[in-house]
Design a protein around this ligand. Structure first.
Ligand SMILES: [Zn+2]
Length: 273
């Protein structure tokens, strides 16, 4: 990706993306080619537009009008997070959406990335950016990964309820509420890479900045890639603490009702009070 049109700002975003990829790998959340990351870099590059013949357009099954002319960094399909961390220029693609949001082109002429396509979760990433733009909320980065302990908890039938899961997290690790007062979303198992998963995630994200995918993983969206990572990291810490207690042979009670109410009153979002 050492092409002349890539600005220093974009280079910094690529480095930030690679740093988070390294963290996902080090956490053990990115086995093989698991996970995907994107960053909205609109405004950091001059749009090429559809008249440009250098980068051919690929039509998408769905149209994203709010994303017209937007540009994104996104990890390539099949790439490993450990490789993204070490060699982002070979594993991260820059895409530009066309004028009516019906197609994208890949802005690169580097032989190293020309063989790559965007992640198979492209529809989910674009749907989330589109829905947030519709609502006027400025998310700039999305992280999807496989946080082990959160996934384990989705195999506990008694926790497969959004309110129960959040209350469990907040009772066992108060920081989970402080870091994410809106709580984490939870959607039932849906096949990966599908429009149905993208839409269910977007619906849940109307209320939650991070969403658990049952028996699969977690996805988070935020103003920066670090904040998106933090949302998952804090929730997974709560899941770890809960599981440590269960492994020690106890079912933890965590905060009392009074303590939980105090926490919600002090740090909770309006709907949680
Ligand atoms: Zn996944």
């Amino acid at each position: 990706m050492k092409t002349s049109y890539i600005t220093q700002k974009v280079q910094q975003q690529i480095r930030d993306l690679a740093d988070i990829a390294r963290l996902l790998w080090e956490r053990g959340w990115a086995e093989s080619n698991a996970g995907n990351i994107s960053i909205d870099i609109s405004g950091m590059l001059k749009p090429f537009g559809s008249s440009n013949k250098q980068f051919p357009q690929r039509r998408m099954p769905k149209q994203y009008p709010e994303l017209a002319n937007a540009q994104f960094l996104i990890t390539g399909a099949g790439t490993r997070m450990r490789d993204v961390a070490m060699q982002p220029t070979k594993t991260v693609i820059i895409i530009e959406i066309n004028e009516d949001g019906s197609a994208y082109s890949m802005l690169q002429n580097n032989a190293e990335t020309n063989r790559l396509l965007p992640t198979s979760e492209l529809a989910t990433h674009l749907t989330l950016y589109q829905e947030h733009r519709k609502q006027g909320t400025a998310i700039k980065a999305i992280v999807h990964t496989h946080p082990t302990e959160i996934i384990v908890l989705t195999h506990f039938p008694e926790l497969l309820n959004e309110q129960t899961l959040n209350t469990t997290f907040w009772r066992i690790h108060p920081e989970a509420l402080i870091a994410n007062p809106a709580g984490i979303g939870l959607i039932p198992y849906i096949l990966t890479g599908t429009e149905a998963l993208a839409q269910a995630t977007a619906d849940s994200m109307q209320h939650h900045p991070a969403v658990v995918w049952e028996k699969h993983g977690c996805i988070a969206a935020a103003e920066t890639i670090s904040k998106a990572f933090d949302l998952i990291d804090v929730a997974n810490k709560a899941a770890q603490i809960y599981l440590c207690c269960r492994n020690a042979g106890i079912v933890p009670i965590g905060l009392t009702d009074v303590q939980l109410e105090e926490l919600k009153h002090t740090f909770g979002s309006p709907q949680q009070r």
